[in-house]
Write a protein of this length. Structure first.
Length: 482
């Protein structure tokens, strides 16, 4: 194309952009929050130096400088545009930065270390490039019979213990589906069949992974009852290189597997009292998870309950209880279930991946409730501007190391033969959280947690376990939603 003609075409195209954009109404929503967190004695043991951080030990690696306390400042950021195309279709998107919906303060000021001396780096800060993640990009199509979600969209089920859409401001993760979901409503019944790709290293079924299934929910607001079942299949091709395991060796491909997800849900309201329960069940073949070259049988489950009693317009009392299966260390099968990292019950227990402190390849927010039985007693006071939550949580491990028996380290994902017995006490935690709703969009919050550490964390698989030490969390945050 001649240069003068290409300039005319480009100029015409740019001139048309405002007119095209003005024809499509765009709504902007999102959230932004910044927090500062302090955790004292994060290793939960009294010794500051390394005693034993082998696969057998529960000990967390020492932080640089052998510091016993942590402090960091992080942010979350989400920007979600929606474009109304016509009466039959709307486009939705969501953008985030970094990993876990944000990053840490101080991780972006960088300069070229090859051309600037140390003094120049010290007093000049310049924001460096940071990844922009497309968490959602999908089309919502409306027909007379159903609504279709096509593209990358998040999804949710029951209490959010397995599938969690991550829509809360401080959620760090989200269950994402690259595919299609149909939403069909018939009376009080909601049917949601779905199909999606979960990884795509190749173009054949031998080298990618997919998920399909359906959710069926009966929701009757007039009778204050809802119950349902989600049934899905997750399969992985033999040549897929995305999913890996390192339980027995260095990272190896998981290989061919097929898992069935069955998730039961029930919710009922009796006047001032309400309760909800979720029972996720996993079964199938999990590839070479435990033993290389041999398929591993998978069978895992959890029982989760949330109950609340509304005493007055301002006071609520409640109980959360759960049991999440762990792995006993046996070969040929695997039985640990990991709940969604957004599903948390305490400020310290289960909340953070403490191995990430000394290992920069991990994320401190990749932490899951697993191998645990817990009971939480909670209360909430809510006024027009203020909300105060308090709770006491007791937790114990279901599977622990036993002398002369094959065991599994749930925090380091390693199988070992133990020489000594491990305590099952995870500890008792007392939490307090407060939030001030400055206006409709802006909130200011604070959190406090004190963990009376259980002897489970002192296990070193030696005759002299570590002496456990209690841990304290303090946090202040502010967030805006629009």
């Amino acid at each position: 194309m001649p240069k003068h003609l290409s300039k005319i075409v480009a100029t015409t195209a740019f001139a048309l952009i405002p007119f095209v954009a003005s024809a499509l109404p765009i709504d902007w929503h999102g959230s932004f929050g910044v927090d500062t967190t302090l955790v004292s004695d994060f290793r939960r043991v009294s010794n500051k130096s390394v005693n034993s951080v082998s696969d057998h030990s529960q000990e967390v690696a020492v932080a640089p400088g052998e510091k016993s306390s942590l402090s960091w400042q992080s942010y979350v950021f989400r920007l979600a545009p929606s474009i109304v195309i016509n009466d039959a279709a709307t486009f939705f998107g969501e953008l985030t930065t970094g990993y876990a919906n944000g990053g840490f303060l101080g991780d972006s000021p960088q300069l070229s270390q090859t051309n600037v001396n140390g003094a120049g780096l010290f007093y000049h800060n310049q924001a460096a490039g940071q990844s922009l993640n497309v968490r959602k990009a999908y089309l919502e199509i409306y027909s007379d019979t159903a609504t279709y979600l096509v593209g990358r969209h998040s999804y949710d089920w029951a209490l959010g213990a397995i599938y969690n859409n991550g829509n809360e401001t401080w959620d760090r993760h989200a269950s994402s589906r690259d595919g299609i979901t149909m939403k069909l409503k018939v009376g009080n019944f909601h049917l949601t069949p779905f199909w999606s790709k979960t990884s795509n290293p190749g173009f054949t079924d031998a080298s990618n992974a997919k998920e399909y299934g359906t959710g069926l929910l009966y929701d009757n607001p007039e009778r204050d009852i809802a119950f349902g079942l989600l049934y899905g299949k997750k399969s992985n091709g033999a040549n897929d290189t995305f999913y890996k395991t390192s339980i027995n060796t260095a990272n190896v491909n998981l290989g061919e597997n097929k898992i069935t997800v069955t998730d039961l849900y029930l919710k009922k309201i009796f006047g001032k009292f309400d309760f909800a329960a979720e029972i996720p069940l996993m079964s199938g073949e999990l590839g070479t998870t435990v033993t290389g070259g041999t398929s591993t049988t998978y069978s895992a489950k959890a029982f989760l309950l949330q109950a609340n009693y509304k005493m007055t317009d301002t006071w609520n009392l409640g109980v959360d209880a759960g049991q999440v299966s762990g792995h006993d260390g046996s070969g040929g099968k695997f039985s640990a279930l990991y709940l969604n990292p957004n599903f948390q019950v305490a400020n310290l227990l289960f909340r953070y991946n403490l191995n990430a402190v000394a290992d920069s390849t991990q994320s401190i927010y990749d932490s899951y409730i697993t191998n645990a039985r817990y009971l939480k007693l909670k209360s909430t006071y809510a006024s027009e501007k203020w909300t105060f939550d308090s709770a006491i949580i007791y937790a114990m491990a279901l599977e622990v190391a036993k002398a002369q028996v094959s065991s599994y380290n749930h925090t380091k994902d390693k199988i070992f033969t133990a020489a000594f017995n491990q305590s099952d006490s995870l500890g008792t935690e007392v939490d307090f959280n407060g939030k001030y709703q400055w206006n409709k969009e802006i909130s200011i919050g604070t959190g406090l947690g004190y963990l009376f550490t259980g002897d489970y964390f002192g296990f070193t698989d030696t005759a002299t376990p570590n002496k456990v030490k209690n841990s304290l969390l303090l946090q202040v945050n502010t967030a805006v939603s629009f």
